[in-house]
Design a protein around this ligand. Structure first.
Ligand SMILES: Nc1nc2c(ncn2[C@@H]2O[C@H](COP(=O)(O)OP(=O)(O)O)[C@@H](O)[C@H]2O)c(=O)[nH]1
Ligand SMILES: [Mg+2]
Length: 169
């Protein structure tokens, strides 16, 4: 039997953007919730197999910026820089694209291999927010995927992008 390698993926983003709903949509196996060592901050981890590769998905506490203020942000930052996930999924609320892109740029600048997920696309559409995903991808130079996590929309597309992105790393 071959050695099983696990590729780590961290889901990050500010509070209430749908990180945990996305985490649940992605992970079907071995989900655990535990306090991050030395803190009272809960971190969920789970596994998903995509195309024969096993990924460990980490649902990190909400963070607004890479410069941590709260204990939650400190934990999220520690996960990013001490656990060295191979891929970082930055989840944002598509209704607040511009404001939330600040953290995307910080993640890219920090050298983290980032996928941008524009979540809550249903509400964004209802509000008439139009996003040119192809142009955003080109300008940021990273994969961008629109999702409605609560309806499982865009999840298969995200999985495909994870696989193709990971192969290039
Ligand atoms: N309309 C809509 N609501 C969503 C979507 N994704 C998450 N939510 C809702 O947003 C709220 C926050 O979600 P949660 O996963 O707890 O956010 P987190 O703080 O980033 O982990 C919940 O009420 C979710 O049901 C989405 O794609 N569309
Ligand atoms: Mg959450």
């Amino acid at each position: 039997m071959g050695k099983i390698s696990v590729v780590k993926i961290a889901i990050v983003g500010s509070p209430n953007v749908g990180k945990s709903v996305l985490f649940n949509a992605l992970t079907k196996k071995y989900v655990t919730v535990s306090n991050y060592p030395g803190t009272t901050v809960e971190v969920s981890r789970g596994m998903v197999d995509i195309n024969g590769t096993r990924y460990e998905i980490i649902d990190t506490p909400g963070m607004y910026s890479l410069l941590p203020i709260t204990e939650e942000e400190k934990v999220a930052r520690r996960i990013l820089f001490h656990e060295s996930p191979k891929i970082v999924i930055h989840v944002i609320d598509a209704k607040n694209l511009e404001r939330m892109l600040v953290l995307t740029l910080q993640l890219i600048e920090a050298g983290l291999t980032t996928i941008l997920v524009l979540n809550i696309m249903d509400e964004a559409r209802q509000e008439g927010v139009e996003i040119n995903v192809a142009r955003l991808e080109k300008e940021l130079g990273i994969p961008v995927v629109g999702t409605v996590s609560t309806e499982n929309k865009g999840i298969d597309e995200l999985k495909k992008r994870i696989v193709s992105y990971e192969k290039r790393l």
